[in-house]
Design a protein around this ligand. Structure first.
Ligand code: ADP
Ligand code: ADP
Length: 229
């Protein structure tokens, strides 16, 4: 029941004197169905790992398996299919289409997904049913992020990747968004990986991976998971 098995993963951006070693040999297992928080200072390599596991970027060396399939050896076509069928993304900025309602933003994804849920169901899961027909500009930041989460889960991905999902929100609104992610994890059984530099986010995690300078310093299982505060 391991979703990701990562061994000796490296990533170098650029070459020669300008080379940046973003990942310096990462080993980690991500159990299926957990909420895993990647915590560490800015520039420590968290997003780089997330992007490689999510099929948005390629590793320079090492291995990364998803459910036993080697991501680092996939063709571009297979990686695109993996991204489309198995994983969802939520970013700091919501990237909603301004000319479409919340419902229509989610529908854009369900129209091309392999096994989508109903857009209304996705919006219900994030607690936004009553705002389905609002446009992004009519919604608060927290509500826009919940639409982005609904869009990401509507294709029923096995894994939901969130890169600083509360980074643009005040702390109260951020907590509510983390609660939505927890609800999604519980309702859909999806593995949720969250990148953050905010230590408070770690309280809601099953497992916290501490990053520093391109490497994992510590992995801590959280036996006493609680609501974000
Ligand atoms: P974090 O998510 O922990 O803030 P990142 O994974 O974004 O860290 O970045 C790790 C390091 O890699 C940083 O030094 C960053 O500047 C560098 N980096 C990230 N993306 C690129 C890129 N596309 N080109 C060059 N350097 C990059
Ligand atoms: P939050 O504290 O969650 O960020 P806000 O205080 O920004 O929320 O907004 C509170 C409520 O007002 C939200 O339900 C939102 O939908 C509504 N709202 C905010 N801005 C607008 C707007 N420009 N037009 C219509 N409704 C809005």
């Amino acid at each position: 029941e391991i979703a990701y098995e990562v061994r000796g993963l490296t990533k170098v951006y650029g070459e020669g004197a300008a080379a940046v070693h973003a990942l310096r040999g990462v080993d980690v297992d991500v159990p299926r169905g957990e909420i895993v928080v990647l915590l560490g200072p800015s520039g420590s390599g968290k997003s780089t790992l997330l992007n490689i596991l999510g099929g948005l970027d390629r590793a320079s060396g090492g291995t990364a398996q998803f459910e036993g399939r080697e991501l680092t050896e996939m063709s571009d076509t297979d990686l695109t299919r993996y991204r489309r069928d198995h994983v969802g993304f939520v970013f700091q900025f919501y990237n909603l289409m301004p000319s479409l309602t919340a419902y229509e933003n989610v529908e854009l994804v369900t129209e091309i997904a392999r096994d989508p849920m109903d857009p209304g169901e996705a919006l219900r899961l994030v607690g936004l049913s009553e705002r389905s027909h609002h446009f992004p500009a009519q919604l608060s930041g927290g509500e826009q992020q919940r639409v982005a989460i609904a869009r990401a889960i509507a294709k029923q991905p096995e894994v939901l990747f969130c890169d600083e999902p509360t980074g643009a929100l005040d702390s109260t609104t951020g907590r509510a968004v983390l609660e939505v992610l927890r609800h999604v994890n519980e309702e859909l059984g999806a593995t949720v990986m969250i990148v953050t530099h905010a230590a408070a986010t770690a309280q809601m995690a099953d497992r916290v991976i501490h990053f520093a300078d391109g490497a994992i310093r510590d992995v801590i299982e959280n036996k006493d998971k609680r609501a974000p505060s």
